[in-house]
Design a protein around this ligand. Structure first.
Ligand SMILES: [Zn+2]
Ligand SMILES: [Zn+2]
Length: 228
């Protein structure tokens, strides 16, 4: 894993969002920090655990959850080390991603990286799709297609949605990995179009930020009138 590392941050009324992009996968790891209480969710801990832990300390973050939009190797790379350092943080993902976890050794071989394991699940989004981080209400939206248990994390009050590898600026996730489905991804994108207002900020698993309205206007994969 190389040491490519950039960081940026912004704030809404109640949330501080810090993004780190560390390592060769180019995954966006987010800290969603309650400005009031510093209670924090780490979303998709890819990259280098030591760097993430140091950054969390700088933020005085109280990490109560580690959230996974899905469990591909780039999004879980630092999960085990992070959980060991933060045993109180609840490992939260959707059980339908279990086959993806079982295929991790194959995926690691394919990418030529050391295999990493997922820490045991503390919270299954199939059973508890909504939860809170401090005073922030988080709703997970099941969006299969890139993986069977892929989810988006939507904080309606703050107009933020973490979309993982389901929706990117100008693109969508690939569907040719284990458990992927173009048919399911289309259904998930239609669902997001129904659920997310135009002014919701989209925070994807890779690449730049965007807004739902902008994607509706410019993302080829969301021009789905013909699918309905
Ligand atoms: Zn992925
Ligand atoms: Zn990814």
């Amino acid at each position: 894993m190389d040491t490519l590392h950039f960081k940026d941050e912004f704030e809404t009324q109640n949330v501080r969002v810090v993004r780190h992009c560390i390592g060769s996968f180019g995954v966006n790891t987010y800290f969603m920090i309650s400005k009031k209480t510093r209670e924090t969710a780490v979303i998709d801990p890819g990259g280098v655990a030591d760097a993430l832990l140091a950054a969390l300390k700088d933020e005085k973050a109280q990490v109560s959850r580690i959230l996974f939009t899905h469990t591909h190797i780039d999004h879980i790379y630092a999960a085990d080390e992070l959980k060991r350092a933060l045993p109180g943080a609840r490992i939260t993902y959707h059980i339908k991603d279990q086959p993806v976890i079982e295929s991790l050794p194959d995926m690691c071989r394919m990418f030529g990286v050391p295999c990493r394991t997922m820490p045991p699940m503390d919270c299954d989004l199939a059973k508890e799709p909504e939860f809170s981080v401090g005073e922030l209400q988080v709703r997970s939206i099941l969006t299969p297609g890139h993986t069977p248990g892929g989810v988006c994390f939507y904080i309606a009050e703050e107009k933020l949605c973490f979309t993982g590898d389901t929706l990117f600026k100008g693109s969508v996730g690939r569907t040719d990995f284990e458990g992927g489905s173009g048919f399911e991804l289309r259904k998930s994108l239609l669902h997001l179009l129904d659920v997310l207002p135009d002014d919701v900020q989209i925070l994807p698993g890779h690449g730049k930020y965007t807004a739902m309205g902008r994607e509706k206007d410019s993302n080829f994969y969301l021009k789905v009138d013909k699918w309905r």
